[in-house]
Design a binder for this molecule. Structure first.
Ligand SMILES: [Zn+2]
Length: 85
C-alpha cells in the first residue's frame, strides 16, 4: 500500500482522497459547497490532486483543465492550449 501523506504542509496524516487527509478533504469540500470554487480549480491551484490518477490519462486530464481554464478565464488563455500539453 502506498502511504502517501496529506498534501497540506505539516499535516502528517495519510491521504484519504485527492491527495488530502479526511480532515482537509472535508474542509476543502465545505469551502467548495459554500463558494463557487470547484475541485478542478483546487487541483489547478496545486492544493489537491485529481481524484483517480488512472495510469496515463494525463493528456485527457490536461485537456479538461484547459477547457475549464478557458471557460473561467477566456481572456487570459491564448491559443496555445493543445500545443503545450
Ligand atoms: Zn491533512
Amino acid at each position: 500500500m502506498n502511504k502517501e501523506l496529506c498534501l497540506v504542509a505539516a499535516c502528517p496524516v495519510t491521504v484519504h482522497s485527492r491527495g488530502l487527509c479526511a480532515k482537509h478533504y472535508k474542509a476543502a469540500q465545505r469551502i467548495i459547497d459554500r463558494t463557487e470554487l470547484t475541485w478542478d480549480e483546487v487541483v489547478q491551484s496545486g492544493l489537491c490532486k485529481p481524484t483517480k490518477p488512472k495510469g496515463r490519462t494525463h493528456s485527457r486530464f490536461s485537456r479538461r483543465l484547459l477547457e475549464i481554464a478557458h471557460k473561467l478565464h477566456p481572456q487570459s488563455s491564448p491559443e496555445t492550449t493543445e500545443a503545450n500539453v
